[in-house]
Design a binder for this molecule. Structure first.
Ligand SMILES: Nc1nc2c(ncn2[C@@H]2O[C@H](COP(=O)(O)OP(=O)(O)OP(=O)(O)O)[C@@H](O)[C@H]2O)c(=O)[nH]1
Ligand SMILES: [Mg+2]
Length: 316
């Protein structure tokens, strides 16, 4: 079964890919092994993070970008990450509906993933899904995430190009500055430019950026005005994404980002291997004993954890 799945995915087969993605989301061991087999075939896709506050128009932008890239015959994968799965089934459905006009296009693959908690900043399932799209031969993988906080800074470690979306009159720029996004974003988009105040937000953002990136030869991230609903500014955005990839390729940045991503995945793999090892290493009865001791305040969590680690791995 596994070799077929691998073959299917490498040939770009959507059903094989969807099947493996389901397995990955369920944490199925066989699926994870199949993913390992795909790993050597990954690394060709350009991963673009599209991030910003809820309702800023990210999905509408993604939809419009798909249109532009498809006109250029570029194959596309889209991963919409929803970190708050139980409450926002509606949002996922909304994304599906909004991107539906591409659903009959074989070269576009859209997948929503509900993450159960974040691991090292980004859910493992999401990373797996990006790898699968990459192995399928998607040239560009757009990853939509919601939020303007620390977690979104972590998302940039996974993407080659990080696009942050703001809207006029929302105060997003200040939030982004606080979260350290101004330092890590590659492209800014002020969407809903049809609304009042877009050019003011652009000026303010550019002023903040010129203070943040003080070195004269440092690349200033472009700030683009878009109206995603009206398809305006989308060509410019696509152009900046392509330009950013060329910029990275020219100065060794692509390899640097690959290494950064590999390091992130390694850390996550170590953490999850340790977790598995530890939870398989102490039996239920021992755990219960320790919990009893904690409840009776005979020990504390740190001391109990060190004790367990000593028993499992040996003294430090
Ligand atoms: N006025 C205006 N509305 C827009 C524009 N782009 C998107 N919208 C609207 O903004 C609303 C939210 O759009 P989405 O694309 O779902 O935004 P999102 O950022 O993906 O939302 P979440 O995924 O829920 O965070 C929708 O009603 C869109 O029609 C725009 O350029 N101008
Ligand atoms: Mg959305």
């Amino acid at each position: 079964m596994t070799p077929d799945l691998v073959k299917g995915i490498l040939a770009g087969d959507v059903r094989s890919a969807a099947r493996l993605m389901r397995g990955i989301e369920d944490g199925d061991r066989e699926a994870l092994k199949t993913l390992d087999k795909l790993y050597p075939h990954t690394g060709r896709a350009h991963v673009v993070g599209i991030t910003g506050a809820p309702g800023g128009g990210k999905s509408t932008l993604v939809d419009a970008l798909i249109g532009v890239f498809r006109q250029r015959s570029i194959t596309i994968g889209v991963v919409a990450i929803d970190p708050t799965s139980p409450l926002s089934g509606g949002a996922i459905l909304g994304d599906r509906v909004r991107m539906q006009k591409h659903c009959t296009d074989q070269e576009v693959f859209i997948r929503s993933v509900a993450t159960r908690g974040w691991l090292g900043g980004l859910a493992r399932a999401a990373v797996g899904i990006i790898h699968i799209m990459d192995a399928m031969g998607k040239r560009i993988v757009l990853v939509e995430t919601v939020g303007i906080g620390q977690q979104e800074v972590d998302v940039t470690r996974l993407a080659h190009t990080s696009v942050f979306v703001l809207t006029p009159g929302s105060g997003d720029a200040i939030q982004m500055m606080k979260a350290g996004i101004l330092e890590v974003a590659d492209i800014f988009v002020i969407n809903k430019a049809d609304l009042e105040g877009a050019s003011r937000v652009k000026r303010e953002l550019q002023a903040m950026l010129s203070m943040t990136n003080s070195l004269p030869d440092e690349r200033q991230p472009p700030v683009i005005l878009t109206e995603a609903v009206n398809g305006k500014g989308i060509e410019d955005l696509a152009e900046e994404i392509v330009k950013h990839r060329e910029f990275l390729a020219a100065e060794g940045g692509l390899e640097r980002r690959e290494r950064e991503r590999a390091r992130l995945e390694l850390t996550e793999a170590i953490e999850s291997a340790l977790k598995d090892y530890i939870s398989s290493g102490i039996d239920r009865a021992t755990q219960d004993k320790i919990v009893d001791a904690l409840v009776r305040k005979k020990t504390n969590p740190q001391a109990a954890a060190s004790e367990i680690m000593k028993q499992l791995i040996g003294p430090e």
